[in-house]
Every structure is written in C-alpha cells, then in structure tokens.
Write a new protein. Structure first.
Length: 412
C-alpha cells in the first residue's frame, strides 16, 4: 500500500503534465478509459460483489443500492466519460479581454485548479465521474473512497490506469488512496501546498468534518433535505406524480425529497391521495399534527423536518401560504433543491425568488438536480454553498482563472 503522503507527492509532480494536455489528448484518454472500464467490467463487478457481501448487515439495505454496480451501471460510467469528452474544454477559455490605457492587453483565462482531492462514501461510480471531470478540466485527482467500496474503487482505478498507460499517459493523473482509515482523510484535509481543492461527497458527518477541519480550500457539497411544496393551486395528479418520483425513484440519493409541504386549502383532498400512493411504495409518513387529522401515519418528532432520511420516509407538514412554505424551507433546508407544484404563476414566481437553494423547480421533481441531467456529462457533487461553485459541479467549477497581460515594454 502506497502511503498517502507519497501519493500526494506523485500527484503534485503530475500537475504540469495534466495542465499541458490539449483537448484532443484529453478526449483520447477519456475514450481509452471508458473502453478499459467496459473491457474490465467482469473484474469490476466481481470486486463490487465482494464489497456488497461484506457490507450486508453492516449498512442499511437502501444504502446497498448506492454501493451496488450492475453491467448497466458500469456501462453508464463509461458513457459518462464519453459525455465529458464531448463537452467543450473550459481550460484556456478567455473569460474577459480588455486593452488597458497603458497599452497592456489583459485577458482573464480559465486554468486548472491543480490537484483535486475527493473524499466520498459508498458510491463507486463517483470514482469514474471524478476522474473524468478532473482530467478534462486539466486537473490531477486524488480519490479517497470509503472502506465499503474499496475493492470496487481499486478495480475501477486499475481499469482507468490501463486506459491511461495504453495511451502513453502517466497513471498518476488518477490516484486512489488505498488507506481508508480516518488518518488518510485528515492528511488530505491538511495537505496545504499539495492539495489545491478538497471536495467531500457523502453524509452530513463527512461534509461537516471536512468543512470544519480542512486547512486546504474546501467546497461544501450538500446533504439534501429537499422539499416539495404542493400549493393550493396545484393540479393533484401532477403533484402526486412529482412527489412520488422525488421520494421513491431513488430515496438513497441527495436530490430525493425528504419533506412534503401541503397548503391547507388542498390538504383535505390531496393528503388521502398522497397516503394511498406512498403506501403502495411502503413509504412511512411522519406527520405534523394538522396533517394527522386527515391521514394515518407516525407523529413527526422534533428532528423529522431536519433529517436527510435517505430512506422510504417522508415528513409531511401543512402550511397556510406560499410565504409560510418559504419560511419553513429557509429554517430547515440544506440549500440543495426545492420544488413548488402550482398552476398559479404568481405563487411560482414568489417561490423562485424567495427560496435560497442551489436548484429551484416549478412543477418538476427535485431528482433532476444532477450533472448528467443538467448537461454537464456527470458531476463532482452538488455544492450547497454560494461562494464559487453552486449546484452540480461540472468542468467549469473545477477551474480557476488567471490574468495574462501582453505588452511592448511598458513599465510602471
């Protein structure tokens, strides 16, 4: 096992090589890595089966879905790499250009971050997504997954290395931390001068630990306490379909809805329909006292409107107005994704203007907050902060910029 400090040293040495790759070279490497994933899919699936076997009885069944790979998911990882290859290269793009009064030509140009470290949990597809995005944006990646997925991640990175080396590129463009103990995560958080950007992707505890303790620049990616507000002017069947999709299509992911707010004027008619639909999917409803007057469920506890369940659980609350829904979201949301279901354009506009989250939807599921769905190919995570990246992090969010000035002997 290579020590984390040594791995970081190799990553730093690879920075100039990553930054010097032209668009054509990067796209060729991405295609080669995608092909290697498919060629080594049997090895990847066997490693994942071993991870799943070790995790059964240790992590919740719904979390096993995040860990599990299938032939279709491996193929989707490869397609994600090809999708990134097809995207415009952000590196070298001129953001602004002006001629200064002294004759200097000033250009503001996108450049890679350098070494991007990602600490993540359970989901092995993140390994391929992060490697693709870092490579296309001219960065070196250092991947530190969780112990639940170490066999899967090792097999995926082995395939990516085969693709890189088959094209004559150094495998140190993509690096995997093999030590899954807490110490390796701390090393990445404290690697000033070696890690240019740290991105945590996982549960609340991981993200909080990185944000609170990192000595390197850190992006706060989001736990998702996502809300769907069913307005008085909602069309009931449309609202049912959206809440169902937002909650049950894949409850273990951060863009799944955790809270349904219902306007009091529609509650008596809508809540029985919601209870019936959720019962079909075995969703437990955690109800505020007003909602409990109309349907059966579990009384909501003091923390139920502040919890990312990542499970078949939905907290339900009746509100008196769109303004009250906005106030509830402001008090309880993590700033990820919120939706309003309404046929009232004024209510929709108020909701969009007042809700301060990374993604706000009108008459659509929160499940669309995703790099692939947003046309980014794939994503590094969902940023819930406002400074810098916000929402799904694609290629542009993995770059910085610098100023290049050209003159003809000017002095100050």
């Amino acid at each position: 096992m290579i020590a984390t400090a040594e791995l970081l040293g190799l990553a730093v040495l690879a920075k100039p090589k990553a930054a010097a790759l032209c668009t054509q070279q990067k796209n060729r490497l991405l295609d080669a890595m995608a092909k290697a994933l498919l060629m080594q899919s049997e090895e990847i699936l066997a490693a994942n089966a071993a991870d799943l076997e070790a995790a059964r009885g240790v992590i919740a069944p719904v979390m096993l879905d995040r860990l599990a790979l299938t032939p279709q998911r491996v193929e989707a990882m490869a397609e994600g790499m090809r999708a990134v290859a097809a995207l415009p290269d952000p590196v070298g793009r001129t953001l602004e250009e002006s001629m200064l009064p002294n004759g200097l030509l000033l250009r503001k140009v996108r450049v890679p971050m350098g070494v991007v470290a990602i600490i993540y949990e359970s989901r092995p597809n993140v390994t391929a997504d992060a490697a693709a995005l870092c490579l296309k944006s001219g960065n070196v990646c250092v991947l530190r997954g969780g112990k639940d997925a170490i066999r899967s991640n090792t097999a995926i990175v082995a395939a990516l290395h085969a693709g890189l080396e088959g094209c004559g590129a150094p495998k140190t463009l993509v690096n995997l931390v093999e030590d899954t103990g807490r110490g390796s995560a701390v090393e990445l958080m404290e690697a000033r001068g070696r890690v240019d950007l740290l991105i945590p992707r996982g549960g609340k505890g991981l993200i909080r630990a990185c944000v609170d303790n990192a000595k390197v620049p850190c992006i706060e990616t989001g736990t998702g306490i996502c809300h769907v507000y069913v307005d008085a002017a909602a069309e009931p069947q449309k609202a049912l379909a959206i809440v169902d999709n937002a909650k049950t299509s894949r409850p273990s992911v951060c863009n799944a809805a955790e809270v349904c707010l219902v306007h009091r004027e529609i509650a008596e008619a809508f809540l029985p329909l919601l209870a019936e639909r959720m019962a079909e999917k075995n969703v437990e409803l955690r109800l505020c006292p007003r909602a409990a007057r109309y349907i059966a469920g579990t009384p909501a506890g003091p923390d139920d409107f502040d919890t990312e369940f990542l499970d078949y659980i939905l907290a339900v609350k009746i509100v008196d107005s769109v303004e009250q829904a906005v106030r509830h979201i402001a008090a309880h949301s993590t700033g990820h994704s919120e939706a309003i279901i309404t046929e009232d354009s004024a209510a929709a506009e108020l909701f969009c203007a007042a809700v301060d989250s990374a993604a706000v939807y009108v008459n659509a599921s929160t499940r669309f907050t995703d790099g692939g769905e947003f046309g980014l190919g794939c994503e590094m995570g969902i940023s819930t902060q406002k400074l810098g990246a916000r929402g799904p992090m694609g290629l542009a969010e993995l770059t910085s910029y610098k100023y290049i000035l050209r003159g003809d002997g000017q002095i100050r």
